[in-house]
Design a protein around this ligand. Structure first.
Ligand SMILES: [Fe+2]
Length: 145
């Protein structure tokens, strides 16, 4: 069962960003579907997700830089990405700690963070990028601020 579902509320109108967000959702769902007693598959699914998240953040950061958006947002957004990677790595490294259900914890963190980040931070970025580039923001961009 999917733990995270993409929908129009997450739409930014930035084609590459939207495609990558959908792939990120698919990778989180893939990770959630790996049986807890299969460490090799778990490791592979985690690494694929983590590598893809880094690649995706690089794209967003390059896009913000090229569009020349507000420096305060850029710095906040970049920092949010770095904190996410740090926290995800911490949760992953704690996976052998028998006292914690780390996969469940990690999925909880992943789903909450990704949903909130897209709805608030990425869509804020998208509004500014559209504004700078003179392109149209999708009609639903304001519903969650
Ligand atoms: Fe972002």
């Amino acid at each position: 069962m999917a733990v995270i579902n993409w929908g129009v509320d997450f739409y930014t109108g930035l084609h590459e960003v939207d495609c990558q967000h959908q792939k990120l959702f698919a990778l989180v769902n893939r990770l959630s579907a790996v049986p807890g007693d299969d460490p090799v598959a778990l490791d592979e699914a985690f690494r694929e997700l983590s590598d893809y998240a880094k690649e995706h953040f690089t794209l967003e950061e390059r896009m913000m830089e090229e569009a020349g958006i507000d420096a305060e947002h850029f710095s906040y957004h970049k920092n949010a990405h770095a904190l996410f990677i740090r926290k995800l790595t911490e949760l992953w490294e704690a996976r052998n700690d028998a006292s914690a259900n780390t996969t469940e914890k990690m999925l909880g963190f992943l789903t909450t963070w990704i949903l909130q980040h897209i709805l608030h931070t990425d869509r804020r970025m998208a509004l500014e990028v559209h504004d700078k580039l003179g392109t149209n923001a999708p009609h639903n961009m304001f519903t969650h601020f």
